[in-house]
Design a protein around this ligand. Structure first.
Ligand SMILES: [Zn+2]
Ligand SMILES: [Zn+2]
Length: 1020
């Protein structure tokens, strides 16, 4: 290779990935070896073919044949009627075992020379076989007598268009004198000379965006078109994707830097909208669509779909225009937007980015109207749809800070602006840190600009495993006290100080203020050693109502049980007069004045709220990873979302705007309707062609190489071990013998250390915990490379271990031998783990959903070319199907995303959620309105009598809250009525065993939204 001297790092990575892949495939096939100690049939997983007799005998079905096939084939569509003539080239090798007294007794297996035979084929119109004798002779000639194979051509004329399947079949006998291994190795089939027409992928609604032509299909292999009309099998199916560019307008990209938008945004935003306008007219006008319809032969249905998309595209353009107009007309919105930019500029300082990507600004413009018209805009759920890694979190943060500044500028001096939820139990620390950084930037700007109100702050509200619900002075149960083991360090959430980035944070429990603090020890920190504005204990979140609360979705269940959750949907009661005690809620025996600090001495003389109670309701609810809200979790959440809406509306007369992000597009309208009872809107609209839109356009820069592997004859675990083994061996060879590897791979020596770091840690990903643990375990015992350090990253990994592992990944040890070499991870990895050093992945079987596939693989190759081995569990029908169309699967992934199964009409789920609705209505609405305590059955009983509460009225109210008040919901209403009858009967019973209101009725409110069995199917 020439020109290595002026090679860029990017080119070096590309060359190294090429080399790695060649080496892994070679390890799978056995290329380049001459002798082996162990049987090749227990070692190699690519290119091998079992003999037909054995396969047919042991495995009469398709499934087993895929696991250990005896044939590979190319499926083609002849362009003309028979007879068909073609040239078929067969390549293969054999492995032969020497007798005990052979030349190398330790390594008795040897590999034959290559058999390469040209077989002439002429097919009359019925199936025939060719080349049997020729191939048998060829094997005998290289020293493997007894082996045989043939080219078998099947003609399938029952399809709409006739198809021929050209197969290479291993016809060797299972056993024969002198035959030591009946497998063929390194097999390959090449067909040429037959004029063909392409297959057409099944038409789908928006197929006008896609190239649907597939030249040929492989059976048990991939097919490459190596020259026009020349089809060759490949053992793996490689698909290269390319890094996008974020600007495709004809005009130069406007200056969307944070500083520019902080000072003078309007001209730049105008230029952005004008460019989008021009693009949309070029690509989506009826003239443009007419032309494509003719040129690409669209059907009427395809055209209708294109027209529909065009309409949505122009609606989106109008929304951006409206956003721009608002910024021009409303000074407080413009100021909020500018201050947000200033804050983001500050929080991004020193991180190598200074500017927005156009789509991020596009989304902000399209969504900003909710500040001006909150009621009208609350009717829509705005979903950011973007390939992960595209800067989704920053987009969120932009919107969030704009809303936070807008709140301060319009009189909301304190309280929660946004509640941001993640669907997983364990919220990513990196993600949380980014929120903290952005808010710290905003706080500095708030101070500088003299914006009135409380400091901006962040709350961390997660379910069960995580941070404490509360801290008690002493306990006999498992509650946390200031002296509990691990306190306070165990609950450190921030990775660094959001104000100065210093990593030397100190955890401290402040007994006087009763607060668990993060403190920065850097003397020059602008926050000057005070407790950072970060609240990680649930009760502190309620006491201080931070500007933004991040947390996991399951925490929403607390709304039915925990009265202080009221601060997330409306106003608290009052303020405690003791400094740092914060807001108060309803009185309880342990908090006689409603203050949540244990043994508060503040007395009953509470201070009034410093702000209109109606303004406490949050402006925004954010939902990350919307596509994960499906099945039972989606069904349960749909009820709780309605409950949150209901409570906020009752308490504040407002509805929060819901903004979501999703990795997939399929069925978002239905999903948002079910989940939130609102209309769905997605940004950005997909472009005129797959992978190409105004907001993204592909470049030549490699992003990820996906390699599909269908393991043959050995277990998936074996293949995963060997693949990781090969990857580790390669990187160690680069480190130990750079001269040879650099020459072989075409790499400039100066990049060696960087490449060792960028490709020295492999991820092995399993969708189940079982797979992940097995992969971690077996790697230790089943490899040729010594000293592979494996770490696990799953939902079971302890909080502080996650932090330590992330830290080691980001800042690897100086000595390679001490580094983490393999991370065995589950889906936990796919949520916000952003480490630029993760660039190779081995995936154990296809994940359950395409969304998970897209999201998980996005964790590697974030900045540098990535390499992903997708090991198919080829016995499973779905994996087999995907292997057949792997190229399309990768390139058109979003089309393969199955519609999201979700309903709010599951009666089983209703049975679980009614209690929470009734509980929340009692705690959040009735109790404060009654001006008395309703915490015990006796008190509530009296209140129910006095206020004339009836089962029928409450049942009707619950049905309405849950949106089950339609004509088709009579069964659901009956179920709710029955439930409330039982609840009232309990309430009215003076001998009830219930001590607390939450114990009344057939069941208590859920404590986590995950209390429903995740695996059980959910039906209407
Ligand atoms: Zn600091
Ligand atoms: Zn107090």
């Amino acid at each position: 290779m020439s020109g290595v001297g002026d090679q860029s790092l990017e080119q070096a990575c590309e060359a190294f990935v090429d080399w790695l892949d060649r080496r892994v495939v070679a390890a799978g096939r056995g290329d380049g070896l001459s002798r082996l100690e162990v049987a090749p049939s227990g070692t190699f997983w690519l290119g091998r073919l079992a003999c037909e007799d054995e396969v047919r005998k042991d495995a009469p079905d398709d499934r087993s044949e895929r696991l250990d096939p005896c044939a590979i084939a190319i499926r083609l569509r002849p362009a003309a009627a028979p007879p068909w003539s073609m040239t078929v080239i067969v390549r293969a090798r054999a492995w032969v075992k020497d007798p005990k007294d052979g030349p190398d007794p330790d390594r008795r297996w040897w590999r034959t020379d290559l058999v390469e035979e040209v077989v002439s084929v002429l097919v009359s119109g019925e199936g025939e076989t060719f080349g049997g004798k020729q191939l048998r002779d060829a094997f005998a000639a290289v020293g493997a007598p007894g082996l045989s194979a043939e080219v078998r051509v099947d003609v399938e004329d029952w399809h709409r268009q006739t198809e021929v399947v050209v197969q290479l079949v291993n016809t060797s006998p299972e056993k024969a004198p002198g035959l030591t291994d009946s497998h063929l190795y390194e097999t390959q089939l090449e067909v040429s000379g037959l004029p063909t027409v392409p297959f057409e992928l099944e038409a789908l609604p928006d197929s006008f965006r896609y190239d649907r032509k597939v030249p040929a299909y492989g059976v048990n292999v991939g097919v490459e078109v190596v020259a026009p009309g020349v089809f060759r099998t490949s053992d793996t199916v490689g698909v290269q994707t390319y890094r996008p560019d974020y600007w495709s307008g004809a005009a130069p990209q406007p200056d969307l830097s944070f500083t520019r938008l902080a000072s003078d945004p309007l001209p730049q935003l105008q230029a952005l909208v004008d460019a989008l306008d021009a693009y949309d007219h070029i690509h989506w006008s009826s003239t443009a669509l007419d032309a494509r319809q003719v040129a690409e032969g669209w059907t009427l249905t395809m055209r209708a779909k294109a027209d529909e998309s065009a309409e949505q595209v122009f609606e989106e353009l109008n929304r951006l225009r409206a956003g721009l107009t608002l910024l021009g007309d409303r000074p407080e919105i413009l100021r909020s937007f500018r201050l947000m930019n200033k804050a983001i500029a500050r929080s991004a300082e020193g991180r190598g980015y200074t500017t927005w990507r156009p789509f991020q600004v596009g989304f902000l413009l399209s969504a900003i109207r909710f500040l001006a018209e909150p009621e009208d805009e609350a009717r829509y759920v705005d979903t950011v749809w973007f390939a992960t890694g595209g800067g989704k979190t920053e987009t969120y943060l932009g919107l969030l800070l704009t809303a936070a500044f807008f709140d301060r500028l319009t009189g909301k001096a304190l309280g929660v602006t946004a509640w941001s939820r993640f669907p997983l139990r364990l919220l990513s620390l990196q993600q949380t840190q980014r929120f903290a950084d952005a808010l710290a930037g905003a706080e500095m700007v708030r101070q500088e600009e003299g914006v009135k109100g409380a400091p901006f702050s962040l709350g961390f509200l997660v379910g069960r495993a995580g941070t404490p619900n509360k801290i008690v002075p002493k306990t006999e149960t498992d509650e946390i006290t200031p002296d509990s083991p691990g306190m306070p360090d165990k609950y450190r959430v921030l990775l660094h100080c959001p104000f100065c980035r210093d990593e030397n944070l100190q955890m401290r429990f402040d007994r006087q203020r009763w607060k668990l603090d993060h403190r920065c020890t850097n003397r020059s920190c602008p926050w000057k050693g005070q407790a950072l504005p970060m609240y990680v204990v649930d009760q502190e979140v309620f006491r201080f109502l931070p500007t933004v609360v991040v947390g996991t979705l399951d925490k929403a269940a607390s709304i039915g049980l925990q009265q202080a959750m009221r601060g997330l949907v409306g106003a608290p009661q009052k303020l405690c007069p003791v400094e740092w005690h914060g807001f108060t809620y309803a009185e309880r025996s342990k908090s006689p004045n409603g203050c949540l600090v244990p043994d508060c001495q503040g007395g009953k003389a509470l201070r009034p709220l410093p702000m209109d109670a109606k303004r406490f309701g949050p402006s925004l609810r954010l939902q990350d990873e919307l596509h994960l809200l499906r099945d039972s979790l989606g069904a349960v959440d749909s009820h709780y979302e309605s409950l949150l809406d209901h409570l906020q509306f009752e308490l504040c007369g407002t509805r929060a705007k819901i903004v979501a992000s999703s990795a997939t597009l399929t069925g978002y309208e239905h999903q948002t309707k079910v989940l939130y009872q609102r209309e769905g809107r997605v940004f950005p609209q997909p472009g005129p062609r797959a992978g190409e839109s105004f907001w993204t356009t592909p470049t030549e820069k490699p992003l990820r190489r996906f390699v599909a592997v269908a393991p043959r004859g050995v277990t998936l675990e074996h293949v995963s071990d060997r693949t990781l083994d090969a990857l580790q061996r390669c990187v160690r060879q680069l480190k130990d013998d750079p001269a040879t590897v650099c020459a072989e791979a075409g790499i400039d020596r100066k990049y060696v250390d960087t490449l060792v770091s960028l490709y020295g840690t492999d991820v092995v990903y399993g969708s189940t915990l079982y797979d992940v643990e097995a992969a971690g375990r077996s790697l230790g015992s089943n490899n040729t490379v010594e000293g592979i350090n494996v770490e696990q990253l799953t939902g079971q990994t302890e909080f502080d271990d996650v932090r330590a592992i992330l830290d080691r990944l980001e800042k690897p040890e100086e000595d390679f031998a001490e580094r983490i070499h393999v991370v065995a991870a589950s889906s936990m990895l796919s949520h916000g783990v952003d480490v630029d050093r993760l660039n190779t992945m081995v995936m154990l079987g296809l994940p359950l959903t395409t969304a998970e596939f897209i999201q998980t693989t996005a964790r590697v190759g974030r900045r540098h070319p990535g390499l992903v081995y997708v090991l198919h569990k080829i016995g499973r029908e779905r994996d087999a199907q995907t292997f057949r169309q792997f190229t399309q699967y990768v390139r058109q992934g979003d089309r393969f995303v199955d519609a999201i199964p979700i309903t709010r009409r599951s009666r089983r789920v209703l049975d679980l959620t009614v209690a929470g609705v009734v509980g929340a209505r009692t705690l959040m609405i009735r109790e404060p309105a009654s001006k008395q305590r309703l915490s015990t059955p006796a008190k509530l009983r009296q209140y129910a009598r006095d206020s004339g509460m009836t089962p029928a009225a409450e049942a009707a109210a619950v049905a309405k809250v849950l949106g089950l008040d339609g004509a088709e919901d009579s069964l659901h209403r009956e179920q709710i009525a029955d439930w409330l009858q039982a609840w009232f009967a309990d309430l009215e019973d003076p001998a009830t065993k219930a001590t607390f209101v939450s114990e009344l009725g057939p069941r208590s409110p859920m404590t986590s939204l995950r209390d429903v069995e995740a695996s059980a199917p959910i039906h209407d």
